[in-house]
Design a protein around this ligand. Structure first.
Ligand SMILES: Nc1ncnc2c1ncn2[C@@H]1O[C@H](COP(=O)(O)OP(=O)(O)OP(=O)(O)O)[C@@H](O)[C@H]1O
Ligand SMILES: [Mg+2]
Length: 263
């Protein structure tokens, strides 16, 4: 099944900036896809179009092979935009986390269970009674992600999910995303960071600075092509540059460690 099929998307901001110019994207159900490109390429705008938060000027977005009405699939699709404050509008973190599942008319005990589980995984337990605007930047991002997860979406659209997040929490988030993917959740992550991509995606849609799709392919193919990335003002991950020309190229430090251990 196709989770999202977008054809001919175009979007111009009121000030005249053409942010997305004729983009076609298909997201297969259950896949992990990265939207990779430099700053200003239009990734965040595109993610909002894919999530139905913004109407395109041209083009269509179709969900689950069945509808173009994003509102009718709100229960199955969570979008985390680049600004965590978009999701944190209740007096406390607790209420923000309960908001989505309560809107879905889930029984209170189930809401308790969902919120407890996500808060625990994202290290938010001690922050549940705090007003969201009193959280640090990284805490806000974790709280926003948590609020996107308590509705148990089938498709998760994430804009820079670990920016501002420390190493321990970054690992916790990546671990959680891996578990969700194992359970069949479709993940689309937008980022300018080639280091993040191998942790969140098996396939990449690469954008150049103009916001045109430069290439689409398996993560390994895209991240080991230094020339292609340079054309998009990006670089391969550090470990790829280190091992370039020295046999099988690892994409992450963990893969490099495994390779060195067997040598
Ligand atoms: N509200 C807005 N009004 C006018 N122009 C905007 C607005 N938001 C974004 N843009 C412009 O649209 C283009 C695409 O922006 P967008 O935020 O989608 O890029 P991005 O690929 O997500 O970049 P980054 O990696 O920095 O997050 C940029 O040129 C940006 O200046
Ligand atoms: Mg962005």
């Amino acid at each position: 099944m196709t989770a999202i099929e977008a054809m001919g998307l175009r979007y111009r901001y009121p000030d005249g900036t053409l942010a997305v110019d004729g983009v076609d994207i298909t997201v297969e159900s259950g896949e992990r896809l990265a939207l990779l490109g430099p700053n200003g390429a239009g990734k965040s705008t595109l993610l909002q179009l894919l999530g139905g938060l913004v109407e395109p000027d041209d083009g269509t977005v179709r969900y689950f092979d069945e509808t173009t009405d994003a509102d009718s699939v709100r229960d199955r699709l969570s979008v985390l935009t680049q600004h965590p404050a978009d999701y944190l509008f209740n007096p406390t973190v607790e209420e923000d986390l309960r908001y989505g599942p309560t809107q879905q008319d889930r029984p209170e005990q189930e809401v308790d269970r969902l919120v407890d589980r996500v808060a625990d995984r994202l290290d938010l337990t001690a922050l549940r009674s705090k007003p969201p605007f009193r959280l640090s930047g990284g805490q806000q991002r974790r709280a926003a992600l948590a609020s996107a997860l308590t509705v148990e979406p089938d498709v998760l659209l994430l804009d820079e999910p670990v920016s501002n997040v420390d190493a321990a929490n970054r690992a916790a988030i990546l671990d959680l995303l891996a578990d969700l993917s194992d359970r069949g959740v479709t993940l689309v992550t937008s980022t300018p960071d080639t280091e993040l991509v191998p942790h969140v995606a098996d396939r990449v849609v690469l954008f150049d600075a103009d916001g045109t799709v430069a290439d689409t392919g398996p993560t390994r193919e895209i991240l080991t092509d230094a020339g292609l990335l340079a054309d998009c003002d990006l670089q391969p991950p550090q470990v790829v540059r280190l091992f370039d020309g020295r046999g099988e190229i690892p994409l992450t430090v963990e893969e490099a460690q495994r390779r060195l251990d067997t040598e």
